[in-house]
Design a protein around this ligand. Structure first.
Ligand SMILES: [Zn+2]
Length: 268
């Protein structure tokens, strides 16, 4: 699924760097249950960034994918071997300096985030960069509204669970099936994330799930993963095209439903 044509910044010698939009995947190195690779979030962020770069180029905009940030803020997974977290503070500084440096020559930098634990660092660093008049923004890899996520619409009839469960396992089956150990997939704690979040923040994932899974990966399928991936890319593309950044520096999704003109009541 990783497009052979996806343009990479590092393939350009410096005289050819140009002034592109640089999409930087931001992932993690953290446990994803007994069946998924540690770089699951980095794989997802990279695929979304590559798709965005291809769409921008198809629209006549020079765009490249930068090397991914493969370490993130994953303290909640630290009780599981394999996890390497640099924490929110270090990630914040990394994003700040990366953005400052790249904006010396890039048209724009867009961080494409694949891990929820990185949001605090992004929401801290990117507004500072924007205050410094640097053209930087970030967006999440979410399947968009309707997929059960917080942003929620209307079309996608696929359940979305929190971590290394059905949705994430399906996505990896679609993107990189050879690295999914499906015979090891087993249910974890599949209580709604809202019920777990307090204890999870305080004591980490291990306190609520001994195998590191939040959800149930056993019904995962590549077809479902392909639909979720398409929905993530569509959501990211809609955010990029709309181009509106919220107070966290995050590219906002198009608003739900048809827009209503507040003065005339006309629906557009
Ligand atoms: Zn993940």
């Amino acid at each position: 699924m990783i497009g052979p044509g996806a343009p990479r910044l590092v393939d350009r010698p410096w005289p050819d760097a140009g002034r592109p939009v640089v999409l930087v995947p931001v992932g993690s190195t953290e446990q994803h249950g007994p069946h998924l690779p540690l770089d699951t979030d980095t794989v997802v962020a990279s695929v979304v960034a590559e798709a965005l770069a291809e769409r921008l180029r198809a629209a006549g905009v020079d765009a490249v994918v930068g090397p991914p940030v493969a370490y993130g803020a994953s303290g909640e997974h630290q009780a599981f071997a394999g996890t390497i977290s640099i924490g929110t503070q270090a990630l914040t500084f990394l994003l700040l300096e990366l953005g400052r440096s790249a904006c010396e020559w890039a048209e724009r930098v867009v961080f494409v985030n694949g891990h929820g634990g990185n949001v605090e660092a992004l929401a801290t660093a990117v507004p500072v960069l924007i205050d410094e008049a640097r053209p930087v923004a970030w967006l999440p890899c979410v399947p968009g509204r309707g997929a059960g996520g917080p942003a929620g619409p209307d079309v996608l009839d696929v359940p979305v669970d929190a971590h290394a469960g059905r949705s994430e396992t399906s996505i990896l089956l679609a993107l990189d099936a050879g690295r999914v150990l499906l015979d090891r997939a087993e249910p974890g704690n599949d209580a709604p994330i809202g019920e777990l979040i307090g204890e999870l923040r305080e004591r980490g994932v291990r306190a609520v799930s001994s195998n590191g899974v939040l959800g149930d990966p056993t019904a995962a399928s590549a077809d479902e993963g392909a639909a979720l991936t398409d929905a993530m890319i569509a959501d990211a593309w809609a955010r990029l095209q709309r181009g509106r950044v919220d107070e966290r520096g995050c590219l906002a999704p198009p608003s739900r439903g048809p827009a209503v003109d507040p003065t005339t009541g006309a629906v557009s």
